[in-house]
Design a protein around this ligand. Structure first.
Ligand code: HSE
Length: 435
């Protein structure tokens, strides 16, 4: 790699939507400061877009529709990708890395599926691959995991990494409204996309969980390894059941080490869960993101901020751009892939979890013991029981200790079939408490 002492760092920008436009603005507005911080000016060499006439707020002379020519141009040192999706981003970034160009990308779906080949291409040429903006927008999170905590042993990463679903669940919690009504409101206000599938079904959070788990546990984890449940099944009854016991419902991305007879593994999952209102993640409202990290020596940490939006995401892109530009100026190199631990991802059924179960039952002698017997049969230990009698039935709330998810599911299935159980009102996992 040539030294760039004083020579401009030439940047190709792929994509110029909400984030790309902000990247161009920040590069222009902060040019003098960025030059001082990097030791060389950062200049735009070109901006690849599909329809140049739709981009009136960036310099017209920089626009091109030939992304391939731009990323392979000898005049380009760094490629910044904010197109999103797998193709053409994958092909373009592989070409850039193979050509020795540093890459900065905000593309979570690409990283969650193809990080192995991207890192391989980056290693082959010695070019940097940075992707802070791919998870939790503006929040500095990947650099802490990749660098600041590289000397520690991370045990758990648990976060709210999708603003759309957090906005919807916060709304359901504050109004008591149903999922469908709250989604409609979120769409009207622009917090949910017209097609909200990627967010509400947990695909977006699952990509982010795969990236977080890979970095936290030095292992290769792809989106396909992540157990995923979205929020469409969360009911007003679930939210009310959580509230009644001082809990709140969040869509969590959880990456944790799990002990197993066959050796240590990891659990990587996205699902709604009840957490105590005293947990730091419970106070993350609206479209904000936050990630709670636990490490052996550091203890507990929380990273909080804006997880989406043009300017916040551009802030993370610019931070990476400064880092890779500095590396080029000073002939350094950023962290490479670290997958040496190679920990296996355990199936959800083997993952230890806790359940909160609310039932409507007949109110007569022996009902509680019949229900309790099913837990005992499945070797699931009960942590707390609360019963409230009504006129001719009762509400029974049971919270379990940790058991395998498979045992808990079988327990719930069997309980639902007991003649004394009139309705299973709510079943949800409990996180963020002692097991
Ligand atoms: N759609 C995401 C969210 C932002 O709702 O948080 C981009 O990852």
């Amino acid at each position: 790699m040539a030294s760039h002492e004083g020579k401009p760092i030439r940047v190709a920008l792929l994509g110029c939507g909400t984030v790309g436009t902000e990247v161009v603005r920040l590069l222009t507005d902060q040019a003098a400061d960025l030059t001082a911080r990097v030791g060389a000016p950062i200049e735009l060499a070109g901006i690849a877009v599909r329809r140049p006439n739709k981009h009136r707020d960036v310099p017209a002379e920089l626009l091109t529709t030939d992304a391939e020519a731009l990323v392979t141009s000898a005049d380009v040192d760094v490629v910044v990708e904010v197109i999103g999706g797998i193709e053409p981003a994958r092909t373009l970034l592989l070409a850039a890395l193979r050509g020795g160009k540093s890459v900065v990308t905000a593309n979570k779906a690409l990283l969650a599926e193809h990080s192995a080949e991207l890192f391989e291409a980056s290693d082959a040429s010695g070019a940097d691959l940075y992707f802070e903006a791919a998870v939790a927008g503006a929040i500095p999170l990947l650099r802490p995991l990749r660098e600041s905590l590289a000397g520690d042993r991370i045990t758990r990463v648990m976060g709210i990494v999708n603003g759309t679903t957090n906005f919807i669940l916060s709304g359901m919690d504050s109004t008591g409204a149903s999922y469908a009504e709250t989604l409609e409101e979120a769409t009207r206000l622009g917090y949910a996309e017209a097609d909200p599938t990627a967010d509400v079904d947990g695909f977006d959070a699952a990509s982010k969980a795969a990236i977080l788990a890979s970095l936290a546990f030095h292992s290769r984890v792809t989106a396909a390894d992540v157990h995923r449940e979205g929020i469409a099944q969360v009911s007003a009854a679930d939210i009310a059941a959580a509230k009644a016991l001082g809990r709140t419902v969040k869509l969590l991305a959880i990456c944790e080490r799990v002990a197993h007879d066959e050796g240590e593994g990891i659990s990587v999952r996205v699902h709604p869960a009840m957490i105590p209102t005293s947990h730091p993640l419970a106070s993350v409202h609206g479209a904000f993101n936050a990630v709670f990290v636990e490490a052996d020596a550091a203890g507990e940490m929380m990273f909080y901020g804006q997880g989406a939006g043009g300017a916040p995401t551009a802030s993370a892109v610019l931070g990476d751009l400064v880092a890779v530009a500095r590396n080029r100026v000073h002939r350094g190199r950023g962290p490479r892939e670290s997958a040496y631990a190679n920990l296996p991802v355990r199936p959800m059924g083997q993952t230890p979890t806790r359940y909160h179960i609310s039932l409507d039952v007949a109110d007569r002698a022996g009902v509680l013991s019949q229900v309790a017997a099913v837990f005992a049969e499945h070797d699931v230990s009960i942590a707390a029981v609360r019963q409230e009698g009504r006129v001719d039935d009762a509400s029974l709330v049971i919270v379990t200790h940790a058991a395998t998810d498979a045992a808990l599911r079988s327990t719930v299935d069997k309980i639902g079939g007991l003649p004394v159980v009139r309705e299973v009102v709510s079943v949800m996992r409990v996180e963020g408490e002692e097991t």
